[in-house]
Design a protein. Structure first.
Length: 343
């Protein structure tokens, strides 16, 4: 038996990828529906070898579907997810709207699959921020073995993390710079082509950004609130694939060899770590792949029990669409699709 699945935001970076991954993972789909904004009604998107046409969300009857994969803004999700969840289907949401709601599980299936048990409270499940998703997949097996005390992360985040407008801006600026000269930034606050921007999201009062705060808040919710995590988020002129330089301090001894072995066994992780020119992964190589790649694993001699590592993944996949479809699969395996919302 398959499910009736709706993808909201189906014309976007993440929504299109969701349609691809539903097919790639062979999620049991009986019927598929694409929804986007009013301007996209009738726009064609692909699902396997079929074309489907976007419908108007205002006219769509959500009581007729089992699963909704949503990838629009936080404001949109705040308005729509509760209504949809009450109408029947489970909503798996990619925005930041529900991640810290205590009645909404925030799930990375390799990390905290059992938290799906309370999904029926609102019939909403949140997907983490793209940078958090790949980070926690790599941290969890190390935390289970040696207890993480503190993590220092610097991110190198691709422009696709800012949606299709972000990708267009890098493309247009890169082309224009050699012909028309520099163009005015629109999506990003400064020029992104041939540059890096040490700012993503919005400033908070303490000088950090909300993107940075998402990473520690979400890590606390999914792994352990005792982990101290500090982060600098940086946008780089890469189309797809987020990278992270990660420094970890452990409570207990864990050296680079044992960490490498643990990560080799960890679900969702691929270790590529040799000390030669091909012995590490760059974002380009992560594009279109499922894995969280870990490279450059090495002891940190400035700490009693410390490691450095390099973590790379396709932000549109593990950071968003793949994780969402994996959550749907987890619900399917545990027979949790079709529950009524409790509230
Ligand atoms: N990109 C990432 O790496 C990533 C990772 C994790 C989470 N997320 C989150 O996922 C969400 C979507 O990101 P994205 O990168 O896919 O953005 P995007 O490429 O800009 O796509 C946005 C999608 O939302 C649709 N949309 C906008 N307003 C709508 C409305 N009023 N009603 C219905 N649909 C509407 C758009 O449809 P139209 O084409 O019709 O405008 C489009 O399909 C965001 O909340 C983002 O923060 C993104």
């Amino acid at each position: 038996m398959g499910y009736r699945v709706a993808v909201i935001g189906a014309t976007g970076n993440v929504g299109r990828e969701m349609l691809v991954i539903l097919e790639e993972l062979k999620f049991p789909v009986d019927a598929i529906f694409a929804l986007a904004s009013r301007k996209s009604v009738g726009v064609e998107v692909n699902f396997g070898d079929k074309s489907i046409f976007c419908q108007d969300i205002e006219k769509f009857d959500f009581s007729t579907v089992d699963v909704v994969l949503m990838s629009v803004s936080g404001a949109f999700s705040k308005e729509w997810s509760p209504k949809i969840g009450k109408a029947g289907p489970i909503v798996i949401d990619n925005s930041s709207a529900w991640r810290m709601d205590p009645d909404v599980p925030l799930i990375v299936p390799e990390v905290n699959p059992d938290d799906v048990s309370y999904a029926s409270r609102k019939n909403i499940i949140a997907n983490p921020n793209c940078s958090t998703a790949q980070l926690v997949v790599a941290l969890k097996p190390l935390h289970d073995r040696a207890k993480i005390k503190r993590v220092v992360v610097s991110t190198y985040q691709s422009v696709s993390g800012a949606g299709k407008e972000g990708m267009d801006e890098l493309w247009d600026q890169t082309k224009a710079i050699y012909s028309l000269g520099p163009t005015e930034p629109k999506k990003f606050p400064k020029q992104i082509a041939f540059n890096v921007i040490p700012f993503i999201g919005a400033f908070k009062d303490d000088g950090y950004t909300d993107e940075e705060a998402k990473m520690w808040n979400e890590t606390h919710k999914m792994i352990d609130p005792a982990i101290k995590l500090t982060v600098t988020c940086v946008r780089v002129p890469v189309f797809v694939g987020h990278s992270e330089a990660v420094n970890i301090e452990f409570e207990n001894a864990l050296d680079e060899d044992e960490a490498r072995d643990l990560l080799r066994e960890a679900p969702g992780v691929v270790v590529v770590d040799r000390r030669d020119d091909k012995g590490y992964i760059t974002p380009k190589e992560s594009q279109g792949e499922f894995a969280v790649y870990v490279s450059r694993i090495r002891n940190d001699p400035t700490l009693d029990h410390g490691l450095n590592m390099w973590v790379v993944s396709d932000n549109l996949r593990k950071g968003a669409a793949l994780n969402a479809v994996q959550i749907a699969q987890l619900l399917h395996e545990r027979g949790l699709i079709g529950q009524k919302a409790l509230t």
